[in-house]
Design a protein around this ligand. Structure first.
Ligand code: AMP
Ligand code: MN
Ligand code: MN
Ligand code: MN
Length: 289
């Protein structure tokens, strides 16, 4: 498997905070030239079977995927899992527990937003939710755009939902150790998602990479839609320094919101080890009839 393979190993469906079904995403990935695809819904593997079947029928190679929310050094970090057994009970139990606090958190967020003059967002966000266990900030953002509170979801996050803003409610997610263990004991590879997004100090970031590796994590997203060219270079260096494989994923959520289309990303730097070359026996091959 070549480093030039058009792999897109990070995106979201209606099973979490995307707006397309797993089937529509599979079609869109295929149409945009993706050769190896993974659906990575937040804290949930409920869409894996549908994604794998849709990919198979389109002749598209598939890796199982998930993006787990983790609390580390007082911030939220995302860990992508790839190529695991999606029926693994420990993984499913862990994800269920991780999803568990979202309902109360959403009610608390709505209360905080009402306090700053934006009432009724819990009910409003629910209209956008495809999976009742997976209400997320993205659903609040969509509701607030619809109501004209902000012009787009980025503005909602900037003004209301990002850390430190009035609608942000601190939350305790999974531990780094648990997330990496759930993925690896299910036969998968753990990957640090979009590392440039965390605003860590250099010491905190070093601790994240060191502990992630110590727990058995093996990869880092180097090329992803939220990384600038300079950030891709920086995390390619981190992959080399820590001996981590590299992943590539658009983090596509919606045709209306995502700036980068499925499969439309720069290639990985040529000297890195693509994470998919370590997962060849986990790939579910597409078969066109
Ligand atoms: P949650 O898991 O409920 O905390 O929601 C996290 C999700 O919010 C992420 O996966 C993104 O889809 C979305 N998100 C976070 N920050 C931003 C931002 N600045 N602009 C748009 N979407 C964002
Ligand atoms: Mn998301
Ligand atoms: Mn993420
Ligand atoms: Mn994501």
């Amino acid at each position: 498997m070549s480093i030039l393979l058009n792999a897109d190993l990070h995106c979201h469906s209606v099973v979490s905070d995307g707006t397309l079904t797993p089937e529509a995403l599979a079609e869109r990935a295929k149409a945009h030239g993706v050769e190896l695809w993974a659906l990575t819904d937040h804290d949930e593997v409920g869409g894996q079977q549908r994604a794998a079947v849709a990919a198979r029928d389109l002749g598209l190679d598939y890796l199982s995927g998930v993006e787990i929310s983790v609390s580390f050094a007082g911030r939220t970090v995302h860990i992508v899992g790839l190529g695991f057994d999606a029926d693994n009970q420990s993984l499913k139990q862990g994800l269920l527990a991780t999803r568990g606090g979202r309902g109360q958190r959403a009610r608390d967020m709505a209360e905080e937003l009402a306090r700053v003059g934006v009432p009724g967002t819990y009910e409003g966000a629910l209209k956008y939710v495809g999976n009742p266990e997976l209400i997320s900030r993205t659903h609040f953002a969509r509701c607030m755009v619809e109501r004209g509170v902000c012009k787009d979801t980025n503005e909602v996050f900037r003004k209301y939902l990002a850390e430190g803003k009035p609608g942000f409610v601190p939350h305790r997610w999974a531990t780094l150790r648990d997330a990496v263990h759930w993925i690896t004991q299910a036969g998968g590879a753990a990957v640090i998602a979009h590392p440039a997004r965390y605003d860590f100090t250099p010491n905190e970031e070093y601790a994240l990479f060191t502990e992630f590796k110590a727990h058995g994590g093996i990869g880092v997203e180097v090329v992803t839609s939220s990384h600038s060219a300079a950030e891709c270079v920086r995390y390619a260096d981190m992959a080399r320094e820590f001996g981590l494989a590299a992943s590539r994923g658009s983090d596509f959520h919606s045709p209306d919101e995502s700036r980068i289309e499925l499969g439309q990303l720069p290639d990985l730097p040529g000297d890195l080890t693509p994470v998919w070359t370590l997962l060849t026996d986990r790939i579910q091959h597409g078969t066109v009839l």
